[in-house]
Design a protein. Sequence first.
Length: 451
Amino acid sequence: MKKVLATLVTLVFVLGMAVASAAGYPAHQGRMVNDYVEMLDPATKERIEKKLREFDKRTSSQFAVAIVADMGGEDVEGYAVHLFEKWRIGQQGKDNGVLLLVAKAERKVRIEVGYGLEGELTDLIAGRIIDQIITPAFKKGDFAGGIEKGLDAMMEIVAPAPPKVLTAEERMRRAQEAKREHEALLEKQRLEKEKADRLKSTLLTAAGALLLIGFISGIGYLVTRKVKSILDERRRIRELKDALTASLESGSESLGKLLKRKQEADLEVSDFPVWMKPKVGQRLYEADLYLRMLESLLDQARQALADKSLLVKFEALVSEIGKYSGKAEELFEEVENFPAKIAELKKLVEDTVAVFGQKVSETEQLRDQMLGLGYKISVGEDLAEAKVAVENLLIDYYAKDSDPSLAIRAIIKEMDNVAGIGDFLKRLRAAKFQADTKKLSREEKLELLKS
């Protein structure tokens, strides 16, 4: 019984070692540059080796190059993750390593970045280095140049030179370029995901068949599950980072435009009438508060991208950046529309004055008719007072460029007074007509109604 148990333990150990070595990951050569296919000439290899070691000594960030013949049927992302973990690139506790993988047979290139450097060297930037620097050089047959220039670009990002002060036009242009590149990357990731999903479906089908062989398949399944969990988590984090990166770029672009609109609005405040300046000032004050909130959110987004412990803030920050940018834009649109509203109010003053004049004319005509019929009435002074009040009001309004809404309310008040005089005259005429008709005979009343 003891012999059988010992045999089983030995078998499990041997099978585990077989699974671990099946992928064919090469052993580390003790160098920064590990060229297993002699793609680089000795001079280039030594130059890059010296450059990477000096960078490691200066920054403590470790870069490694792996040039392999093939990946044994594994996809480039999974192979890079396994090789990165096997070689243990980067300092323990900092996870500040970077692996540049080149697979000759599959013609694939992958940059695998440790968590400690993902804030500086994001997937978006790594993909851009591969697409714009390494791949074009490889297509020309310049493998050494592509690898060296790609490493130079990554080291410049991890330990950059003092930043260049950009103009507003350059910042806007770069933001637009980054947005277009981000959209292209999202489309590329979508296509790669579809391809990966098809491959995963095929692998799952094959795994179902392999389960029939027993214990070895069980070990393989557990290993695959663990790797998939790691890849899914990293993919989720990358997607969140990409979303926040896009929001940060669009929010920064919006902030630049809104600040420019604020400067223009501040210069135009003096052109507004005195009665309108408090309202304009209030709107600009509220817009300035939203701009400060937007600047604070953009700073938080940059911190979140640099520190993975702040990942929980990603989704909330994306929503808040769009919210405050929209509120500030609404306030600036309201201020920019104030001149048109002022013009509408001034036009309404003119229209109200015209209606007042028409109402006065109708009342005066009614008064003159009743005087001609022998009515003893005296409303001329009231009408004159209303006309004088409106004339004085308009003189003051145009001289001081006052609030049109106040002038409109005052004119309407005087118009109501004139309308009251007219109603009084109509009631007086109706009462006298009723009294006069009582003195008529039935035939005279009928004749009067006919006329």
